[in-house]
Design a protein around this ligand. Structure first.
Ligand code: AHR
Length: 333
């Protein structure tokens, strides 16, 4: 259902009018430090602070709310769905004008979203989608095409298969560090990657486990893969942070990341790009966290009763070592 909707109604970031790029907080100060004009109050239920991407996303939302004079009520769910549901219920009680959230997992949202609908509070999905039959429960979904991100990662491997058979045994053995179980980017990136690598029978995923999108998680899972799997050629990590954790584990095992084991990640945050420029990561698929300006623009339209596209897809690119070195000096996040 979700993917049909995406395909049918996607519009690009460039088509939008853009201006710029475990606690609750209220950041209603305007850009100049004054109070927001109070015309719109947004309740935003964030996933957590699990990654560099997430920190950049939170900053973008907070900065853009100030810029737009939107009174922002912000909560950090610490990667727990029940905390996000509580936050959304509290925003309903507070009668905010609009609720935005980035769902930690895809399923289990219908009840709370029906409560928001009954209270006539519009909902905007940001970054991650929900898997619901009832698309009337939200006004729009702003975020990346995660399937495409996974496909880009897999396509790079197909195109670089000859160099990626590091142990020279004729097969390219991949271990996958998955994002949070049940989260849209974990499901979709895994799906897109599997789809792309199916073009080359020499490439296969020999082990796959969640590292929960965190550096520690990536490190721990990679340590256990290095013990249990023989002849790992490639790591596909669903985000930079897990890839950076894997680098630590690979170094601790006396191997050279980027050479003895190739690494592909998603996000392109500064730490990931630095590792790519240094040759410790081999390829990064970008996932843009700077969603704040578009979110505020959509919120203003939704609250004013204007029509908005059902799906807004962010434009993203990819980076190899040379491109990362070039981009780093001006990288915003
Ligand atoms: O939903 C976006 C993903 O969530 C990012 O790729 C990852 O770093 C974050 O935790």
């Amino acid at each position: 259902m979700k993917k049909t909707l995406i395909a049918a109604t996607a519009i690009s970031l460039s088509a939008m009018a853009l201006t710029a790029c475990g606690s609750d907080s209220d950041s209603s100060a305007g850009a100049d430090g004054d109070s927001g004009n109070g015309s719109i109050t947004m309740g935003f239920a964030q996933v957590g602070a699990e990654s560099g991407w997430r920190s950049a996303n939170t900053k973008s939302i907070e900065d853009s709310a100030k810029e737009a004079g939107i009174d922002l009520k912000f909560s950090d769910a610490q990667q727990k769905q029940e905390n996000q549901i509580k936050a959304i219920r509290s925003y309903i009680q507070q009668k905010v004008d609009v609720i935005a959230f980035s769902p930690v997992v895809e399923t289990g949202w219908d009840t709370v979203l029906q409560e928001a609908k009954r209270a006539n509070i519009p909902v905007i999905l940001t970054d991650r989608a929900v898997d619901s039959e009832d698309t009337s429960l939200y006004k729009t979904f702003l975020g990346s095409d995660f399937v495409e991100e996974g496909q880009k990662a897999g396509q790079w491997l197909v195109d670089n298969a000859a160099d990626s058979d590091v142990d020279g045994d004729g097969d390219i053995d991949v271990v996958q560090l998955e994002g949070t179980t049940g989260a849209a980017p974990a499901i979709d990136r895994g799906e897109g990657f599997a789809d792309a690598i199916s073009a080359d029978p020499k490439i296969s995923v020999i082990a796959s486990q969640t590292g929960d999108f965190t550096r520690d998680g990536g490190k721990q899972v990679m340590e256990s893969f290095l013990q249990s799997e023989k002849g790992i050629d490639v790591v596909f990590a669903h985000n930079d942070d897990m890839g950076l954790g894997a680098i630590e584990a690979i170094k601790a095992a006396g191997l050279t990341p980027g050479k003895d084991i190739k690494i592909i990640t998603v996000d392109a945050v500064k730490d990931g790009m630095t590792a790519l420029a240094a040759g410790e990561i081999n390829y990064i698929v970008e996932c843009n966290p700077l969603l704040g300006p578009q979110l505020m623009d959509l919120a203003e339209k939704v609250v004013a009763g204007e029509d908005v596209p059902e799906r807004v897809v962010t434009e993203e690119t990819t980076f190899d070592q040379e491109q990362a070195a070039e981009a780093l000096p001006t990288r915003e996040y």
